[in-house]
Design a protein around this ligand. Structure first.
Ligand SMILES: [Cu+2]
Length: 120
């Protein structure tokens, strides 16, 4: 117990996080704009908010039009790691869209999901 050992503290923290993991840090989609199943005026941004911090390197989404084509989108992650905002090159055309999302939460769990919305 004499010398301070950062590695052992990290190991203990990791073990506690592992035990507490599934209930404590499993991310799920809380809300999105446009909302799932919504019909909205055109928009240039799509944002998704998750219940836990996501790992940016493994998190993102695609916006797919009715023809099955991906719409170019530039994604940024909020400082709290929970909200992913995609900025489109221009306003979305009228039509139906699907958002396919994939995230990793800080406990290492990966999740995917999808929802649709329409632009009128
Ligand atoms: Cu989890």
């Amino acid at each position: 117990m004499g010398s301070f050992n950062p590695a052992s503290i990290i190991a203990v923290t990791a073990a506690v996080a592992f035990v507490a993991g599934p209930a404590a840090a499993h991310a799920r989609l809380l809300s999105a704009t446009p909302a799932p199943n919504a019909t909205v005026a055109t928009t240039r941004t799509v944002s998704l908010t998750f219940s836990e911090r996501t790992v940016p390197a493994f998190s993102g989404f695609d916006v797919i039009n009715a023809a099955g084509e991906k719409v170019a989108v530039r994604i940024s992650v909020a400082e709290d790691g929970k909200t992913l905002t995609g900025t489109l090159a221009g306003p979305l055309a009228v039509g139906a869209y699907r958002v396919d999302w994939r995230i990793a939460s800080s406990d290492g769990h990966r999740m995917t999901g999808s929802y649709t919305f329409s632009v009128r």
